[in-house]
Design a protein. Structure first.
Lengths: 313, 224
């Protein structure tokens, strides 16, 4: 019997993701990978996979999936509203809890709740082609699984292997929302007026609708550049906050282009990145300045917290 | 040499080689890039060389700023040879259907198109970096009388294979993409080949490029 997922409804932005492509920035290939790495790792852990197994990432409205094949387990992570239909029976699903499904059952991922990304993992492996060591789909660069494209209605994805493990695993975890984003000053911090430097760390910004896997655009008080609104193009990393001539900050996210020419006012710390990407348009945020050594400590704590969650299993 | 090393956030090193853009400074950047790439250092996620900067991003679970900074400071780049450069010839067709901005160039540079093409084709270009979109090479330097700014309003779609000019640089659009460079022709050659896992880029930083003018017929027959 061939086991597969039939995509009844694709959802808004549904793709395969893993932990991304590395060592390719110098040729212009972005990192990609699951936006919220903690929820990605939790999804794999709960169904007993290796932590970097490819999973399905969705944003806002997720897919409706009909399952065909032998009994299998799945889990959904993130703050997600979903239901499972087994014949006439309907079950309201809980995130971070694994469920088993059989031939003909359906998973309806209605939406993420006051957040952006959610993950679906199965205790098995989809039949995916790797490109540069990763299956992660980058729809702008047309790279990765599913020919570099989002899921489409009616597509079928074969599951080539089911890993046998015990069912009924779950963890207790609530996604808290972040309001204060901690930031290390950027390499062009002094390109901005004293007034703007102050505003940057004091005033509120709003996440704009023009936000995707490449970048998060912010609206709020304009940041005034007093030196030069362009720099010679140079490398970028995720979390970098660039300010173009219009004065509205843009935060680079996982699919960002490898080089850019706008001044960098700051960089979001690694410990806050997963929570940052979960902010939906309209969310209000404030930036808080932090130094390097505190940022390193906060990352260690964040990683410890993830490990503790995994050790509940 | 590296003038200053600072941190770019908590998971990247910002190596600053100065503000100028020239071949000497860029060669230094590429030396460091090649040397660190060859060493395949545990924990380094990406090395991004550009005109005069090298950004090194790393896995904060495996290493940190202090450790990588020390490695870079102690790196002996003088052992890296730069003279084994590849010379790559890129065929370019400059028919009007491809040379989208040739009239703008004639006006802005106050040069006839014959002179523009003569200047463009009769020289070697140095590849400073690749990126922005996958495989796009940034090539320099154009002569002073060939330099102009980006379009006031960038195109939503620049055709794949387009050769663009801006400031002291020429580039090649490896994909159809938005962009504001002044387009003077198009190449039928594949600059980025995503089916190649090992080295998808035809042109890499440090390589030398020269352009060869071809006819529309040669262009059309190129991939037969």
């Amino acid at each position: 019997m061939i086991n597969y997922f039939e995509i009844v409804r694709a959802g808004i932005n549904t793709t395969f993701q893993d932990n991304g492509r590395k060592k390719l920035f110098h040729i212009g290939i972005p990192l990609s990978g699951a936006m919220d790495q903690r929820n990605f790792r939790l999804a794999n852990s709960i169904v007993g996979n290796k932590v970097n197994n490819p999973v399905i990432e969705f944003a806002y409205q997720g897919p409706v999936i009909r399952y065909r094949g032998d009994k299998i387990n799945f889990v959904i992570t993130g703050d997600v509203i979903f239901k499972i239909t087994k014949g006439k029976k309907e079950i309201q699903g809980n995130s971070y809890e694994s469920y088993s499904i059989e031939d003909g059952d359906e998973i309806d991922i209605i939406s993420t709740n006051k957040s952006v990304y959610g993950y679906l993992a199965i205790n098995g492996e989809f039949n995916l082609k790797l490109q540069w060591g990763s299956c992660s789909t980058n729809t702008k660069a047309i790279i990765g699984s599913n020919n570099g494209e989002k899921f489409k209605d009616g597509q079928k994805f074969e599951i080539k292997k089911i890993n046998l493990n015990q069912i009924g695993k779950k963890i207790d975890y609530i996604n808290t929302k972040i309001e204060k984003i901690r930031v290390i000053k950027g390499t062009n911090f002094n390109y901005f007026s004293d007034q703007s430097k102050k505003i940057f760390f004091e005033k509120e910004f709003t996440v704009s609708k023009l936000t995707d896997r490449m970048g998060m655009r912010l609206e709020g008080p304009k940041i005034e550049n007093i030196v030069n609104t362009n720099i010679k193009s140079e490398g970028l990393v995720k979390g970098v906050i660039q300010v173009p001539a219009d004065g509205n900050p843009i935060i680079m996210l996982s699919d960002h282009g490898t080089i850019g020419g706008y001044p960098k006012i700051g960089v979001v710390i690694s410990a806050d990145y997963d929570k940052l990407v979960q902010l939906s348009p309209g969310s209000k945020i404030k930036f808080q300045e932090i130094n390097l050594s505190d940022a390193e400590t906060l990352f260690k704590l964040y990683e410890m917290e993830t490990q503790n969650l995994i050790s509940q299993l | 040499m590296i003038k200053n090393i600072s941190n770019l956030g908590d998971a990247a090193l910002y190596c600053d080689f100065g503000d100028e853009v020239n071949k000497d400074i860029n060669s230094q950047v590429i030396k460091y890039f090649r040397s660190l790439k060859e060493k395949n250092i545990e924990g380094i996620i990406n090395l991004t060389p550009s005109y005069n900067k090298l950004i090194i991003s790393f896995d904060l679970n495996k290493t940190n700023f202090k450790e990588i900074k020390k490695l870079v400071e102690n790196d002996n780049v003088n052992e890296i040879e730069m003279n084994s450069v590849k010379i790559i010839e890129i065929p370019v067709c400059c028919e009007d259907t491809f040379a989208l901005d040739i009239e703008r160039l004639e006006t802005k540079l106050s040069l006839k198109r014959e002179k523009i093409y003569e200047n463009f084709f009769n020289k070697d270009y140095f590849c400073y970096m690749t990126g922005f979109i996958a495989g796009m090479p940034f090539l320099g330097d154009l002569e002073k009388n060939m330099r102009l700014n980006r379009l006031e309003t960038p195109r939503v779609k620049v055709p794949k294979g387009s050769i663009g000019l801006t400031e002291q640089f020429a580039n090649i659009y490896t994909f159809e993409s938005p962009g504001g460079w002044n387009i003077i022709g198009n190449t039928p050659i594949k600059i980025f080949d995503s089916s190649k896992e090992e080295n998808p880029n035809l042109i890499n930083p440090g390589d030398t490029v020269n352009f060869k003018k071809i006819s529309l017929k040669e262009y059309n027959n190129f991939n037969d």
